[in-house]
Design a protein around this ligand. Sequence first.
Ligand SMILES: Nc1nc2c(c(=O)[nH]1)N[C@H]1C(S)=C(S)[C@@H](COP(=O)(O)O)O[C@H]1N2
Ligand SMILES: [Mo]
Length: 432
Amino acid sequence: MRPITRSLQELQEDPVRLDALAWNRRGALKGAALAAMGTALGAAIPFGRHMPAGLLPAALAQGAGAPPVLRMDGKAPLLILGERPLVAETPENLLDEPVTSAANFFIRMNGQLPDPVADADGWVLTIDGEVNTPLRLTVGELRSRFPNVTMQLQMECGGNGRSQFSPATRGNQWGNGAISNAAWTGVRLKDVLAAAGLKPSARFTGHFGADPHLSGATDRDAISRGMRIEKAMDEDTLLCFAMNGAPIPNVHGAPLRMVVPGWPGSLSQKWLKRITLLAQPHTGAGMGGTSYRTPVRPIIPGSNDNGASFADMESMPVRSILSSHANGTRLPAGSRAMALRGAAWAGDDTVRTQHVSVDFGATWQEMTLAAPANRHAWQRWQGNVALPSDGYFEIWYRATDSKGRMQPHAAPNWNPQGYGANAIGRIAVLVG
Ligand SMILES: Nc1nc2c(c(=O)[nH]1)N[C@H]1C(S)=C(S)[C@@H](COP(=O)(O)O)O[C@H]1N2
Ligand SMILES: [Mo]
């Protein structure tokens, strides 16, 4: 038998051989495929009898080749999903810190990176539209005029998990790593809006940033999203000037960014320069059609739809990550237990339980789940699982929110731009 890592890598890089080895043409496991798969992996599959037909083993599911790795000052080796604009995902096993460091914070740019500003306190934010008194406030004035708050807030890209969709959708093929939980310091948007005085007609927001459009066109915004006024008035929607007790790194929106926790990350405008109050939903770049919108009634996966009947994504669905071990972890022969850790979150909601399975979902074990540090912070979980023997295992992990909604087995509610994919997580583990 060849060494495991070698055959694993070979298989990952040779999907045609993998296919021929294990799958018939309709994507179901061939009769003897399980044994063949065991041989290819160089290990027995102790719980192979529970392995669902047609499910690609996690060890092989990451596809051909590994994505290039980010090299940027102050950043960990994130996985580059796109170069222009720059998009980089945090591998789940780098998200093992309770509070996400700047180094491990994922990057999602839609336009070009603006030049760093020297005078952060002099940066000007405009509040206009359906307000009694339009405001022009510097960061220094925001800091001194309004109560400062510091909170842990989860911020997740609306497309997190997109790579789970079948058929594949357009956009960055995120795993589960477009999530962060930093400690943010800033002022409440609701306090600033109160100072401006909302007119009764102020029912929606529109957000504008200073990053140039990818094309360089000066009359186009890289992205400009907006939301219902109710979310703007939420206690936890902040205008932030510090992250983890330090100035915000430029790539994350210095010197001022919104943090709209629990809703699609695209609302958390970086390099924030203007918020306008509107009577009608905002029509900026990234609004309407199929942008950050999902079907109200399911559509046929892969079909064309202009999204006219879709609804804007608001609170993100329940999801969990496993941060203590990477996919493809190898443990020494004879290892019979694993101490697992991770995080779970559920948009505006909280997570009620976290479960883990080591036998392809036949049995589930409840993990210990901590309360969030504050509302809209993620929740850490941990627990020990036993392994009966050497061999190939998968750790499956799933969260259930306080309303009883659980991560599904496959990405739900297919939509053209691939939002809201929150399927149960999986990693491969080889013992021996
Ligand atoms: N000005 C501006 N704000 C932006 C973006 C952007 O491209 N420009 N990207 C949005 C998207 S889609 C996400 S998911 C988050 C990502 O924030 P991060 O790069 O700090 O992780 O910022 C949002 N705010
Ligand atoms: Mo995003």
